[in-house]
Design a protein around this ligand. Structure first.
Ligand SMILES: Nc1nc2c(ncn2[C@@H]2O[C@H](COP(=O)(O)OP(=O)(O)OP(=O)(O)O)[C@@H](O)[C@H]2O)c(=O)[nH]1
Ligand SMILES: [Mg+2]
Length: 422
């Protein structure tokens, strides 16, 4: 019998905020939460109650997102409670005592990955951006990813050059032995390994820089998801319940002849004691890498002073059908209901993005070319001459990716490993 996967628990927010968010994910999430005394409403409904904790009562808000449609793909319980480190520790203890396991770093994203809810590129992009506190940090995180790409490419290029040296050395001795200087099965598996290392980067590079990101932010209920659906033809949940959107959603949006990634974020909730600082911080991290941020202000959910916005933000007034005089800070008034201002909004986004570069198509082209070569080689290994030639092209392309020339490296590899002149 296979052991059931553990239900994991962790506090998703940094210590010291006004409120804290505890996440519990796994097929037993709901039963563990209930065993620990947490009250749950039917799936997707938020409920507020006092959680009996260590002899006291802890005010909290909970929601159960049922798998497989949750962020992790498993049942996911979220508990929002006051951001005191002691309370959070008590809450985690209670959930662990009820059967949850403490989550290791990145465990939620890993579950999402395993359940097909998240692709590796998204997981990495989330990690990079989630760890970045502001736009500069996000740029650094992206630069780090680029550095990691260069490391990976350098490593696999080295491997390709080594096998190429083997194959070329074999060519020189072709008359002496009909034995190949390498093991074809091992070579094929090495090349498919190389291919999967590079495939990871094709999507990552694409996700990070292939398409500019446009992000919808603003208070809960500002009509972000309705606008998201209207613009990108998506079908995000729209409802009068504040806090409908959890985490974030993205969709491709065609604007002025280019594809944009439109991101719908969770609304900033106004908690009882004022603004939900963690929600705002999470939103800020999500938007750190965005080329353009559309800050939504609705008559019934206006942007507040505290919602300090990034430099890439423009304010738009949503639900324009509701009032004659929308938010005066807005550059544009739109309505997802009757379509007011949507053409102008598309024009505005196209104009703003005209200045943003289209990413790194050169890298993507080179990676795609290498992939075609490797795909061919791993399905059918040609004779030595053609093989050496394909390997040469592969290492040349990888060298191009790194911006270096190849001839010397190959010669060095050949001379250092084989006595060619013998
Ligand atoms: N009249 C009018 N109502 C709208 C419009 N857009 C959205 N709404 C309504 O406003 C409510 C909230 O809309 P959502 O799109 O779910 O808001 P949101 O900003 O995504 O909210 P959260 O996900 O909770 O942050 C829903 O009841 C919508 O029907 C609009 O253009 N006009
Ligand atoms: Mg929403």
């Amino acid at each position: 019998m296979t052991r059931p996967e553990p239900t994991i628990v962790a506090c998703a927010t940094a210590v010291g905020g006004d409120s804290a968010l505890i996440r519990l994910s796994g097929s037993s999430a709901a039963s563990i939460a209930q065993r620990a005394g947490v009250r749950l409403a039917p799936a997707w409904e938020v409920t507020t109650h006092d959680w009996p904790l260590a002899g006291g009562r802890c005010p909290c808000r909970t929601v159960l997102a049922s798998g497989p449609r949750s962020f992790t793909g498993f049942d996911l319980v979220e508990i929002m409670l006051p951001g005191s480190a002691d309370l959070v520790a008590l809450a985690l203890d209670a959930l662990i005592a009820a059967g949850a396991e403490p989550a290791s770093p990145g465990a939620f994203a890993r579950q999402a990955l395993a359940n097909g809810r998240l692709t590796l590129d998204r997981a990495e992009a989330i990690l990079a951006v989630a760890q970045a506190g502001d736009a500069a940090a996000a740029r650094q995180a992206i630069a780090r990813l680029r550095g990691a790409l260069a490391d990976d490419v350098a490593t696999v290029r080295r491997q390709v050059i080594d096998v190429r040296a083997l194959v070329e050395a074999g060519l020189d001795f072709i008359d002496e032995a009909d034995v190949r200087a390498y093991d074809p099965a091992r070579l094929r598996s090495l090349l498919s390994e190389v291919r999967s290392v590079l495939a990871r980067w094709r999507v990552t590079a694409d996700a990070l820089e292939g398409e500019p990101v446009v992000c919808l932010v603003g208070p809960a209920n500002a009509g972000k998801s309705a606008l998201f659906n209207r613009l990108a033809g998506a079908n995000a949940l729209v409802s009068p319940v504040a806090g409908t959107t959890r985490d974030w959603l993205d969709a491709r949006w065609e604007v002025g002849g280019r594809t944009v990634r439109l991101i719908d974020t969770a609304g900033w909730l106004d908690a009882a004691r004022g603004l939900d600082a963690d929600g705002i911080a999470a939103g800020r991290r999500t938007i750190a890498g965005a080329a353009l941020v559309l800050a939504c202000s609705a008559p019934d959910a206006p942007l507040m002073q505290q919602h300090d916005l990034p430099a890439t933000a423009v304010v738009i007034a949503t639900k324009a059908d509701l009032v004659a005089r929308p938010d005066p800070r807005a550059v544009l008034a739109v309505s997802a209901n009757d379509g007011t201002g949507l053409v102008q909004l598309t024009g505005l986004v196209a104009d703003r993005l005209a200045a943003v570069g289209a990413g790194e198509p050169r890298q993507q082209r080179l990676l795609a070319e290498v992939d075609v070569l490797l795909a061919r080689l791993t399905t059918h290994l040609p004779g030595d001459e053609l093989l050496a030639d394909d390997l040469r092209r592969t290492s040349d392309l990888l060298g191009d990716l790194l911006g270096i020339t190849t001839t010397d490296d190959v010669l060095e590899a050949i001379f250092s490993r084989f006595c060619i002149g013998k």
